[in-house]
Ligand binder design. Sequence first.
Ligand code: GLU
Ligand code: MG
Length: 470
Amino acid sequence: MTADTVAVAVDAHAAVELPPRAERARQAEAAADRLRAAGVEAVAVTWVDNAGITRVKAVPLDGLVHAAQWGLGAAPCFDVFLADDAITTSPIIGGPTGDLRLYPDLGRVVPLAAQPGWAWAPGDRHTQAGTPHPGCQRLFARRMEATAAARGLALKAGIEVEWVAALAGAPADEPQYPTHGPAYGMHRLTDLSDYLRDVLRALGEQGLEVLQIHPEYAPGQFEVSVAPEGPVAAADTAVLVRHTVRAVSARHGLRVSFAPVVEAGTVGNGAHLHLSLWREDRNLGRGGSGPHGLTAEAEGFLAGVLAALPELLVLGCSSPAGYLRLVPSHWAGAYQCWGLENREAALRLVTGSAGERSAAANAEVKCFDASANPYLAVGAVLAAGLAGLDQRLALPPEFNGDPAAAAPGTVPRLPARPAEAIAAYERSAVLREALGEPLYQAVLAVRRAEAVQYADTAPERMVAATRWRY
Ligand code: GLU
Ligand code: MG
């Protein structure tokens, strides 16, 4: 380690320490006053586990100040939960003993428009001694954001949310849809106009800037995208958007699935991650001498992400069912290549309309889905990107057209099953160092356990088992 990297590491660790208790209490008192005036009676504090499930502890509003000072109890074994609530173990984290403290991030607390009386805040997990819990996925993302910031770099990120809306009353194994309109059809929007308006209204009331909402390809499928933010904020927003969609849907007699695949053999739900790298006010994806105007820093960053995609799938595509989605000709980005506006490339370069390019240029990681923990996804992409930037990697030649139609072997396929991604992850020194041993091992244990669970499972059964978990 050079003196510089030591300084960056120290800054990054300082960035995830708890502020002093008195300051937290003052902030919570102010937040509680605001929330009370907005009719809030209780606050849900969430974290997302390594299997991609959002877990929660909630407090009545009167308990918020205490929670901000002392945290809420949360067992460390949550780090080794699987998506079906089975529990595995890992070399450092696991077992029935011990306790952690979950602290609401009051900078992000917001009343929930579709759950009257409730507010939501994302949580960070610390030890009982008040030190950062090394297994906390949100603190990992915050550490990576701080690592970039210490170099004067900022990532802007946005996670697209795709979901399938089905009738709540239908049998779990036979989803029925509230509209039978065609893909991207106005027919679907017309059938569900009250519902979609309520989704937009709820997101807006919660302070989110919606860019677009539209019917998607698969039966009952929709998508909403929101404005880019810092990586941790974007991951928080992904959690908030999903649970808002879920809550609005429940009020309309609908049940939603963000699972990678809702019906075997059809197009699934992605959670594409849009990203742009900035230095101060400059989007490094524009005005450079690299391909399509990329600067050398942006090119190195994207090349690092592209090269690491096989191992990044462990963080960006958690469920074994994700590999049923990640297949050619499904716009899921099943090939390890990049291309301008290429929807079959795992890394799609987006330049935007001519006039708005300086702000809009970004890259889209298409191969991720919503079974991922979004904090792990953004943190790991930052780690891989910064490693690529440090090594001054160059992008391989661009691929235009459909990689599935290219001569076999021309374009590498991304892992087709969990074991291949896990093997790549086990070889990744970059991810291992960035995540830190406890978190790295806990993720590995969860992925291995889920891979074993579904090793001999037919696609239809795997889809049925995961359809309503995400
Ligand atoms: N639903 C597709 C997926 O599984 C993506 C469709 C699109 O390009 O938006 O990722
Ligand atoms: Mg889409």
